[in-house]
Design a protein around this ligand. Structure first.
Ligand code: 8YV
Length: 322
């Protein structure tokens, strides 16, 4: 008999096909990912062994408590796991896994695109063209800021932060970073470490956020820290909206303190703060940092690998805790 799975999020077809081949699976039918109530109900009715989901499912303590005892593993198809109450899952004896590694490159690609597009006014240029561009643009009009050779500050120097640095080195950028701990030289690769976020900020022409959302990073970008950036800096966020005080960010973008921002993530998703949509100097995307065909398949397959490993008694490949 195949193990029983609830696949609670809308995944690429190849992932669904594999889930159906290897599991007795109930798969989200859309139009949205399943809610906690739907997952709980399906897991009870199906006597599920495993659930697979992404960051659209808040696996709170109550949600963990509502799962039937048959469920032994919960696999999130994401690297971030701020949507999961880890102590509650741990106490319940649930194995929880994520998908680190497989989305590093595409997420860094996306961050780099956001940085270039924000600095070089990607949104405004695209809009001019779609409106039919039939007028002169003077040599002094619609100027962006140069990226090549500038200083990029990175908050969080894990896999994705380091992949961002690798791309930036190709643009002759100087890399400065802040993380909880300093990297060894073979990973630092010449980047300059700052033991505090505040001390790094005055050096950052560009600031890119690659840290997880947790109490220590909540609103780490706020009126005070934004004020420490050089005038005309550019902010990029493909990590989590929780890192940013959005009122302070709107103010910095409106006042000209920041030249621009590239934002993929928001405190509320999908109902993000529409003040950002009204600003020409923001390049926006709907939380799609990992959204390439290859990467979304790899994430889904990795989540299924984790579930299969746990159910086969081998232990998780990517446990959230050991
Ligand atoms: C999303 C991400 O999970 O991996 C993460 O932590 O934020 C992304 O990969 C994915 O886009 C689904 O929303």
């Amino acid at each position: 008999m195949k193990p029983r799975l609830i696949l609670a999020c809308l995944m690429p077809t190849d992932v669904n096909i594999r889930a159906m081949r290897e599991f007795d699976a109930i798969i989200a039918a859309g139009p949205d990912d399943m809610t906690v109530a739907e997952v709980t109900e399906a897991a009870i009715a199906h006597e599920a062994d495993a659930i697979m989901f992404t960051n659209t499912l808040p696996l709170s303590a109550a949600a963990v408590a509502g799962l039937p005892p048959t469920v032994r593993v919960g696999a999130t198809s994401s690297v971030g796991y701020d949507h999961i109450d880890v102590p509650a899952a741990k106490a319940r004896g649930l194995h929880v896994t994520n998908t680190p590694g497989v989305l590093t490159e595409c997420t860094a690609d996306h961050a780099f695109m956001m940085m270039l597009a924000a600095a070089r006014r990607g949104y405004e240029y695209d809009r001019i063209m779609r409106k039919g561009w039939r007028y002169r643009i003077g040599q002094g009009d619609l100027l962006g800021v140069r990226v090549t050779g500038k200083t990029l500050g990175i908050l969080g120097m894990g896999r994705i932060g380091r992949a961002m640095a690798q791309r930036a080195r190709g643009f002759d950028m100087k890399i400065v970073y802040h993380a909880r701990t300093r990297l060894p030289p073979e990973l630092e690769l010449g980047a300059t470490y700052f033991p505090t976020f505040e001390a790094m900020l005055p050096h950052c022409d560009f600031l890119s956020l690659h840290a997880p959302a947790n109490p220590a990073t909540d609103k780490i970008v706020n009126a005070h820290t934004l004020s420490l950036l050089p005038d005309g800096a550019v902010l990029v966020n493909v990590s989590r909206g929780g890192l940013v005080d959005e009122d302070a960010l709107v103010e910095a973008l409106t006042s000209g303190k920041l030249f621009a921002a590239g934002l993929d993530v928001f405190r509320q998703e999908p109902d993000f703060d529409l003040r950002f949509a009204a600003l020409d100097n923001v390049f926006l995307s709907p939380h799609v940092g990992s959204a390439s065909k290859e990467t979304r398949n790899a994430m889904g397959f990795r989540a299924l690998d984790n579930i299969a490993a746990v159910l086969a008694g081998k232990g998780p490949i990517d446990p959230l805790w050991t």
